[in-house]
Ligand binder design. Structure first.
Ligand code: UT7
Length: 395
C-alpha cells in the first residue's frame, strides 16, 4: 500500500478536522491515429464542411482502426496518467472505466486495464453513464477516497462510438469521434482536489438518445442488425435543448455546493457536444467564452472521453494553473448529467520522471503482458488436460 495512509478526516492540531479529498495528480489521454475530416464525410454523405463547422464547431474527429479499441485507448491514457503522477500501478486501489462502448459486455474494460497495468491490488469495474460517465466516475472515485476506504483511484473515460454509428445518418455520424482520457486520484488533506460533485438523471428522456439493440431487451439477431437497431439514434433538437439548459444549471449547482460564486470559476470544462451548446451555457452563466475549454474542432464528441481529453489538453497548454477553480460538466444519454468542482494545485512544469522510473514502469507493463499471457495459456492447458488426458469433464 501507499505509504501515505489518511483516515477520512485529519486533526489540524487545534482539534479541528480537515477533510480528506481526492486530488488529480496524474493525467493522460489517447486519440486514435486515424483522422477523419468533414470533407471525407461530405464525400460519403449529403453534408458539407461548412454545415458541420457552422452547426457544431467540429472540423475533424479521430476514429479507431488497426486493432485500436476502447480498452487499448484506455490503457494508453492510463499509462500516461501514471507516468505524470510517477505512480506505482501496484498501489492503485480501484480502476473505474466510464464507457458505453466496452470491448465486451464482460469482462469489463476496467479489468482489461487493471491487467495491462499490473495493478494487482486494484478492484475494477465499468460505469455506464454515457457522455456523463467520466464525471460520474470522478465523483465515485472521490467518494471512495473521502470515505477513507481507498488512497489511489484511477478514473478513465473511454469510448469508441464509431463502432455504433450509422455512417449513412448525417444527423449523428458527423458528431462523434473516439478517444480516452484518464486521471489518477490520490488522497490529500490539503485544501485542493475535488471540492463538490453533483449527479443527475432523468430516465424519462431515455428515448431521445438510444442504441436500441444489443442488450437483453432486443438481443442481437440477424433481424436487429438488418434493421440497424444496434446503431445510435438521437433526436438532435430535443437533446440540444436539454443539453443547453443542463450544462449551465449543473455548473451553477456545483459551484454553489463548493461555496464559489459562478464568476469565480476560472475554467469550465464542458462535455464537447456542440460549440453552440457551450456558447449558450456561457451566456446563461454570464461567463466569457475564454473561460471555457473547447477542443471539439479536433475531436468532435468523444462521449465519456471528452471531458478528460479537454482537461489534459488544457493542462498541457498551460491554461489551467495552480490555484485555479475548475468546473467539469458532463451530460448525455440516460438522460444523465454530472458536475464536479475541483481546486487545481499541480502544474505540468512540476512533472519530472526519471528515465529509470520510466523504464521500470515500462518493464512492469511488459511483465504484466507476459504474465497474463502465460496464465491464460496455463488455464487453457489445464482445461485441455482435464478433458482430453483424464477423459473427464468437470463442468
Ligand atoms: O453527447 C450527447 C449529446 N448530444 C448532443 O448534445 C447533440 C445535440 N444536438 C445537436 O448538436 C444538433 O441538434 C445537431 C448538430 C445534431 C443538429 O443541428 P440542428 O441545428 O439542430 O439541425 P436540425 O436537426 O434542426 O436540422 C436542420 C436541417 C434539417 O434539414 P431540413 O429539415 O431543415 O431541410 C436537417 O435534415 O439540417 C439538416 N441536417 C443536415 N444538413 C447537412 C441535419 N444534419 C445535417 C448534416 N448536413 N450533417
Amino acid at each position: 500500500m501507499l505509504a501515505l495512509s489518511l483516515p477520512n478526516s485529519k486533526s489540524n492540531g487545534n482539534g479541528a478536522h480537515r477533510k480528506v479529498r481526492a486530488e488529480i495528480v496524474g493525467w493522460g489521454m489517447c486519440a486514435p491515429r486515424r483522422v477523419m475530416t468533414n470533407d471525407e464525410l461530405a464525400a460519403m454523405l449529403d453534408t458539407s464542411d461548412e454545415w458541420i463547422r457552422g452547426r457544431t464547431g467540429i472540423a475533424r474527429r479521430h476514429i479507431v482502426s488497426d486493432g485500436e479499441t476502447t480498452a487499448s485507448m484506455a490503457i494508453a491514457a492510463a499509462q500516461d496518467a501514471l507516468q505524470v503522477a510517477d505512480a506505482d500501478p501496484r498501489e492503485i486501489d480501484l480502476v473505474i472505466v466510464a464507457t458505453s462502448t466496452p470491448d465486451h459486455v464482460f469482462p469489463s474494460t476496467a479489468c482489461q486495464v487493471q491487467d495491462a497495468l499490473a495493478a494487482r491490488h486494484a478492484g475494477a469495474f465499468d460505469l455506464n453513464a454515457a457522455c456523463s460517465g467520466f464525471v460520474y466516475a470522478l465523483a465515485m472515485g472521490h467518494q471512495a477516497i473521502a470515505s477513507g476506504e481507498h488512497q489511489q483511484v484511477l478514473v478513465i473515460g473511454a469510448d469508441a462510438l464509431s463502432s455504433r454509428l450509422d455512417w449513412t445518418d448525417r444527423g449523428t455520424c458527423i458528431l462523434f469521434g473516439d478517444g480516452a482520457g484518464a486521471v489518477l486520484l490520490r488522497a490529500t488533506d490539503a485544501d485542493a482536489g475535488v471540492m463538490a460533485t453533483v449527479l443527475g438523471a432523468d430516465g424519462s428522456g431515455g428515448e431521445l438518445l438510444k442504441i436500441p439493440a444489443g442488450g437483453c431487451a432486443v438481443p442481437t439477431t440477424h433481424e436487429s442488425v438488418t434493421q440497424g437497431l444496434h446503431y445510435l439514434r438521437m433526436d438532435g433538437r430535443l437533446v440540444y435543448r436539454f443539453a443547453s439548459g443542463v450544462l449551465a444549471e449543473a455548473a451553477e449547482q456545483v459551484a454553489h455546493k463548493a461555496g464559489w460564486e459562478v464568476s469565480a470559476i476560472d475554467r469550465l470544462i464542458p462535455h464537447q457536444a456542440n460549440v453552440r451548446i457551450i456558447e449558450s451555457a456561457a451566456k446563461r452563466l454570464g461567463l466569457p467564452m475564454e473561460r471555457f475549454v473547447v477542443n471539439l474542432e479536433e475531436y468532435g464528441n468523444t462521449s465519456a472521453a471528452s471531458v478528460p481529453i479537454a482537461l489534459c489538453e488544457a493542462i498541457e497548454a498551460g491554461t489551467i494553473r495552480p490555484g485555479d477553480q475548475l468546473v467539469m460538466v458532463g451530460f448525455g444519454a440516460g438522460l444523465t448529467w454530472a458536475a464536479a468542482a475541483v481546486k487545481w494545485r499541480r502544474s505540468p512544469e512540476e512533472v519530472y520522471v526519471s528515465r529509470q522510473r520510466r523504464w521500470w514502469r515500462w518493464s512492469l507493463y511488459q511483465w504484466a503482458h507476459l504474465r497474463s499471457g502465460v496464465r491464460r495459456g496455463l488455464g487453457r492447458l489445464a482445461i485441455w488436460f482435464i478433458r482430453t488426458v483424464e477423459g473427464r469433464d468437470d463442468r
